[in-house]
Write a protein that binds this ligand. Structure first.
Ligand code: MSP
Length: 530
């Protein structure tokens, strides 16, 4: 994408019925890495996240805890969801709560428009409802277990809890009218839904033909009132999906809306259908542009199953960051799992990668090079003097890594981008071993060669700091502070798309000592984290 373009990326807004686990943090981190990359490339970037606070699920949790739903939501947002962003270092531009007036007012406006334009009618509905999903289910989406607590009952395949039979007078959105337009969208914009596995599932689903969608509830009142009939509240998904436009000025700030919309949506694959079917149909009905892309990432699995709080397999992000730090958290989940596929989490794998890739691979490389510039050149970056084939090979690796990483980020292939960047770490480690700067330092006759080797290694580190900044902001910030003395500008201004260009560091500039970027972790078992 050419520099300077608008890049608006969103995460799902999270239900406040419970506290976050690492599955939620995974979506946040992925969106944040994409946003930081684009921001550092000079694109007009906006990262939106937030909380989904209406509906039966939240209402029931609040009632069970003996408080009003709004009180419950306030408590969870302040004590859990906002702190999560700090724990994993998310640089979001906005945080929307669906109970805010800016959202509620704009939802009412949107709904009234659809009603006035004939896309909404009153009808009756009877079906199986899963409160966990906040969704009516078809029989083929349900299981009947033969044993256990719910033996013989119809249970939701995602939540493993019984569904309820609901019969209601509802308002309906004429979604069926959009079947052909949606199929046309998937056809003409093949990357609208990604990855392919999710796209295929969605196309197959829509090909069967869509029903109209029930978009109001009258059996409880925790929601946004339907403007022409206040005895109904808006269906929580209809309300929630609209956050993506209400947060950027739909109905209130045309300039902001035109600048940001349409967005890229990052969601878990379980909710891709809401985003790739219902949401574009709603937008089409309102005459608004559809999203640029819906990317459905995979699940974090524990014991082969989707990790979830309701199944008591949830791990709190802080359990990991307390021991390994937020950089390692961000790196690990995006590196170890192919973005778009499921991935199993294990403490052993995290610990092994921390040691091998972060501490020994990257951290050590940075410490050694910077220490040698300190020791042999008194902390003033030496100038290169005539490049050999080995040096030029490093320059080529850096240029290729930067180009490949940007290309991968364009495709949301975050793990591929990190793997591309890591070729610099691996090549530089090999280069240092072969060039043996500590041997060159012993002889005045090889002083010029030593300067070239250390300049080359420092430039490699410069590219690493630049390219890894979106993934590991803390470690790269420390590296940049040590490596790039005055005159180089802040790390945030080192363009990722120019990172492959050689010769940014100025010879003679100050290089200062660096503390270990990834300190040794004695024993994970001792931390209680294993
Ligand atoms: N409130 C809705 C989203 C509305 S967006 C308009 C919702 N909330 S959620 O809190 O249940 O889930 C939010 C996101 O977390 C979803 O994208 C879901 O896929 C993701 N994850 C929940 N558990 C997960 C894993 N175990 N692994 C990866 N992502 C997981 O749905």
């Amino acid at each position: 994408m050419p520099s300077g373009e608008s890049f608006f990326i969103t995460t799902p807004i999270f239900y406040v019925n419970d506290v976050p686990h690492i599955g939620h943090a995974y979506t946040e981190v992925a969106a944040d890495v994409l946003a930081r990359w684009h921001r550092q490339a000079g694109d007009d970037t906006w990262l939106l996240t937030g909380t989904d606070e209406h509906g039966q699920k939240i209402l029931r949790t609040a009632v069970a805890n003996g408080v009003e739903p709004k009180q419950w939501a306030d408590k969870l947002v302040d004590s859990a969801w906002l702190p999560l962003l700090e724990t994993i270092d998310i640089a979001n531009d906005d945080f929307i709560r669906t109970t805010e007036p800016r959202h509620e007012d704009a939802v009412a406006l949107f709904l009234q428009k659809l009603y006035d334009d004939g896309f909404i009618y009153a009808g009756e509905y009877e079906g199986y409802y899963c409160v966990g999903c906040e969704e009516y289910k078809q029989l083929d989406e349900l299981d009947t277990p033969t044993e256990g607590e719910y033996a013989g009952q119809l249970v939701c395949r995602i939540h493993s809890r019984p569904v309820e039979i609901l019969k209601e007078k509802n308002y309906f959105f004429r979604m069926s009218q959009f079947t052909d337009a949606l199929l046309d969208l998937y056809e003409t914009q093949p990357d609208f839904v990604q990855p392919e596995s999710v796209r295929n599932e969605i196309v197959q689903f829509v090909r069967q033909g869509l029903s109209d969608l029930s978009i109001s509830r009258s059996s409880f009142d925790w929601g946004i009132k339907v403007p022409w009939d206040p005895s109904h509240v808006v269906y929580v998904w209809f309300d929630a999906l609209l956050n993506y436009v209400t947060a950027v000025g739909y109905g209130t700030d045309d300039e902001q809306f035109a600048r940001r919309w349409p967005a890229y949506h990052l969601v878990g694959k379980d909710i891709a259908r809401f985003h790739a079917v219902i949401w574009p149909a709603m937008l089409m009905a309102a005459g608004l542009p559809v999203p640029r892309k819906v990317f459905g990432h995979g699940w974090l699995l524990v014991g082969g199953e989707k990790m979830s709080k309701s199944k008591l397999t949830g791990i709190a992000p802080q359990q990991i960051t307390d021991t390994f730090g937020s950089d390692a958290f961000r790196y690990y989940f995006l590196r170890a799992i192919t973005f778009g596929q499921d991935g199993s989490f294990s403490w052993e794998d995290l610990s092994a990668r921390y040691q091998a890739e972060l501490a020994n691979g990257f951290g050590n490389l940075a410490s050694r090079v910077i220490a040698m510039v300190g020791r042999y050149y008194d902390g003033a970056l030496p100038a290169p003097a005539g490049y050999t084939d080995a040096d030029l090979a490093i320059q080529r690796v850096v240029a290729k890594a930067a180009a490949d990483a940007d290309d991968a980020i364009e495709r949301f292939a975050i793990n591929e981008a990190i793997a591309a960047i890591w070729t610099i770490v691996d090549e530089l480690n090999g280069y240092i071993t072969e060039q043996e700067p500590w041997v060159l330092a012993k002889d005045e006759a090889t002083r010029a060669r030593l300067g070239t080797v250390l300049y080359t290694a420092s430039e490699g580190l410069r590219a690493l700091a630049t390219l890894l900044a979106p993934i590991m902001p803390i470690a790269t910030g420390k590296l940049w502070a040590a490596l790039a003395g005055e005159g180089h500008g802040p790390l945030a201004e080192q363009g990722v798309r120019e990172a492959g260009t050689w010769g940014v560091l100025q010879p003679g500039s100050a290089v200062s000592p660096l503390e270990p970027l990834f300190p040794r972790i004695e024993d994970v078992a001792d931390t209680g984290a294993a």
